[in-house]
Design a protein around this ligand. Structure first.
Ligand code: WT7
Length: 638
């Protein structure tokens, strides 16, 4: 397979960038032509950022799974589509050819159909990182059902919120998942969530860990049994539902600055074109390369660069169930050698945590198959960049620092491996088709280089979100209202003298903990629901491994007994309500919070205290009660 839209030199990049700005419609239609459409589009792009209304390839008809699977058959029937590396290195590796993956997706798609799932229905998927998770997403896409994958670390309450918001009728899960030495009882968490969700009609359960579970009559079905019924009728092909390019493909919930996560909606056509285009260009994928993306399919990285982009490109993907440190900190490197991985795409937090183990876990590992390294999810610090470059890439593998978001669908700013230059800690340049712009807080456009501002996009790209599920106004308010006629990313950014972009972090109340996005308001809501808590304020602080840690300032009525126990209780409540990823690292009981006279919490001050910069608190004179600050500083958990 060749990739007609793969740019192969810096000159290609320059030229493509120019054409993408001069004539975006021509640029994108020439890329979209290389996909399988039942009917070509009527218009390449219709848009305005006021509503917003964004339509790409409108009137075009397609099914994304025909592009991921059918299109590669029979030519690639025996080529490996998916390699599964289980949590336990002693368990057997699995390989699925493109033919096998096609068969399994068709079987499951037929199971969904037989159980009444129709085009447009919402299906939630709550599973561990096993091949069946990829199969489940593709089976939904095959029949036009909208999938909502929920990360396996979320609590029953978080799941229930998401199921309710999308009015999900069908859930796909498994008995349990392995994570290092732990076994996560996924089905039992789903059972707890469903107590609040009577509108869910069916639950399909894949048996993976053999964890004892209970099955509810008339609601719960075994995956294997249902598939067996379908297979008994001959090896089925489930006809792919013909979708309009602008029909929704999936919903993925992500945190914002309000208490409630929002369901980011991506549509079929533009998302397919953008993920494939960015995949082959950023990673410079070559036929036969094994692509190992360590993200969970529960996050956008897994959707775009494990499932859809790579499979549309006919790539070989590696799916890993475990964690980087089990059974030891050499696990990633063993996998790279065992499966001759060419592209490794991981997060700075993983790199930093592995750095902490020194070089011993690298002994005896060759890593000679590696060609390209990738980083995603948060700014990568220079120290981690150099370690990754020197010790993993042996100085010969380009590192792509890929900046993007759940909302952008795919990578927007990144160097292209070996094609455009890397710069440590910089995402560097926008992909052709992407038009970044920096503004200050007053909305003034910051022209020229060597300047910092808020990062926006001034022109649509095919992979961008179309709406937030069930609440279009929220989509406008969140992304299109801060700066009129621009998409606002929520990130701060510096543009150096050469025009390279360096993302400096969120400028809103969203934390990035180990590459996971979490709203401070969500954590505060959870803390505030704990008995005895009067009020709380959560901020992030620099954390060596996680990037950001979570620091909670909590006003409590009174502490009965041991204060540390009360803190543990509060942390547990957060875990129960949201999930372990939101658990505060530090909790400080305070008498009051620094508030302005209008009652607004001055988070700037709390952030300074949390990072230990107590000498740089700045002006506190506008506070209602400046003495509160002194008290907080005295009791700070540093
Ligand atoms: C936020 C988006 C993109 C998939 C994973 C996270 C931060 C992401 C980078 C990077 C600096 C980055 C931004 C962004 N971020 N990649 N290469 N350099 N920051 O997706 O959960 O939607 O989070 O992650 O702050 O806004 P997400």
């Amino acid at each position: 397979m060749s990739y007609p839209f793969q740019l192969r030199s810096a000159a290609d990049y320059e030229q493509a960038y120019q054409s993408s700005v001069q004539n975006p419609e021509l640029f994108w239609s020439q890329i979209a032509e290389h996909f399988h459409w039942h009917k070509k589009w009527d218009a390449v792009l219709t848009w305005n950022f006021e509503e917003p209304k964004i339509e790409w390839f409108k009137g075009g008809q397609l099914n994304i799974t025909e592009n991921c699977l059918d299109r590669h058959l029979p030519a690639k029937a025996n080529d490996t589509a998916l390699i599964f590396e289980p949590n336990d290195p002693k368990s057997a590796t699995q390989k699925l050819s493109y033919q096998a993956l096609f068969d399994r997706v068709n079987q499951l798609a037929q199971v969904l159909k037989n159980n009444g799932v129709k085009k447009g229905d919402r299906v939630a998927i709550y599973m561990g990182m096993i091949p069946e998770l990829a199969i489940a997403t593709l089976a939904c896409a095959r029949i036009g059902a909208i999938h909502s994958v929920i990360f396996g670390g979320f609590s029953a309450q978080s799941i229930a919120d998401r199921l309710q918001d999308a009015q999900v009728s069908f859930v796909i899960t498994c008995d349990g998942a392995y994570r290092g030495t732990k076994e996560i009882p996924l089905k039992s968490v789903i059972d707890d969530a469903l107590v609040q969700c009577p509108f869910v009609e069916k639950v399909l359960v894949y048996m993976h860990t053999h964890t004892p579970i209970s099955m509810l009559k008339d609601r719960d079905l075994w995956w294997e049994d249902e598939v067996a019924k379908v297979v008994a009728l001959g090896n089925p092909i489930c006809k792919a539902e013909v979708m309009d390019a602008e029909d929704p493909l999936f919903i993925l919930y992500t945190s914002g600055s309000t208490g409630k996560p929002k369901g980011v909606v991506h549509t079929v056509g533009g998302y397919m074109v953008y993920t494939t285009y960015s995949f082959v260009n950023v990673f410079q994928y070559q036929e036969g390369d094994v692509h190992f993306c360590t993200a969970d399919i529960g996050w956008i990285t897994g959707h775009s660069y494990i499932v859809y982009g790579p499979l549309c490109a006919g790539a070989t993907i590696l799916l890993f169930e475990g964690i980087p440190t089990y059974p030891d900190a050499g696990r990633f490197w063993d996998i790279v050698d065992k499966h001759q991985v060419a592209i490794l795409y991981t997060a700075p937090t993983a790199i930093r945590s592995l750095m902490g183990f020194g070089l011993a876990p690298l002994e005896g590992k060759s890593l000679s198959s590696l060609k390209v390294l990738g980083s995603v999810g948060e700014p990568i610090n220079e120290e981690a960049w150099h370690w990754y470059h020197e010790h993993i890439g042996k100085g010969r593998c380009p590192i792509v620092d890929t900046w993007w978001q759940t909302e952008t669908g795919g990578i927007l700013i990144s160097n292209m491996a070996g094609i455009t230059p890397a710069k440590p800690a910089y995402a560097t340049l926008p992909l052709p088709g992407v038009q970044p712009i920096l503004l200050d807080e007053n909305g003034t456009v910051l022209e020229g280089n060597d300047i910092s501002g808020n990062l926006c996009m001034r022109f649509p790209w095919p992979g961008m979100l179309r709406t937030t599920y069930g609440d279009h106004v929220r989509c406008r308010t969140n992304y299109f209202a801060t700066y009129p006629n621009l998409y606002f990313t929520g990130d701060g950014c510096y543009r150096d003298t050469q025009g390279n972009y360096r993302i400096t972090g969120r400028v809103d109340d969203v934390l990035n903990v180990s590459g996971h996005r979490i709203g401070t308001a969500e954590i505060e809501n959870a803390i505030n629901s704990h008995t005895g808590v009067v009020e709380s304020a959560v901020v992030g602080y620099p954390h060596d491994i996680k990037g950001q840690g979570i620091y909670a300032f909590v006003i409590i009525e009174s502490v009965h007994g041991d204060a540390d126990l009360s803190k543990l209780d509060i942390a547990q409540t957060v875990t129960r309500l949201i999930g372990a990823i939101a658990k505060p690292d530090k909790i400080q009981f305070v008498q009051g919070l620094p508030k302005t006279r209008s009652g607004k919490i001055m988070r700037r001050i709390l952030r300074k205290i949390a990072e230990g910069a107590v000498d740089a608190l700045g002006d506190t004179s506008t506070l209602l009660d400046p003495s509160i600050v002194e008290q907080i500083v005295k009791g700070a958990e540093l």
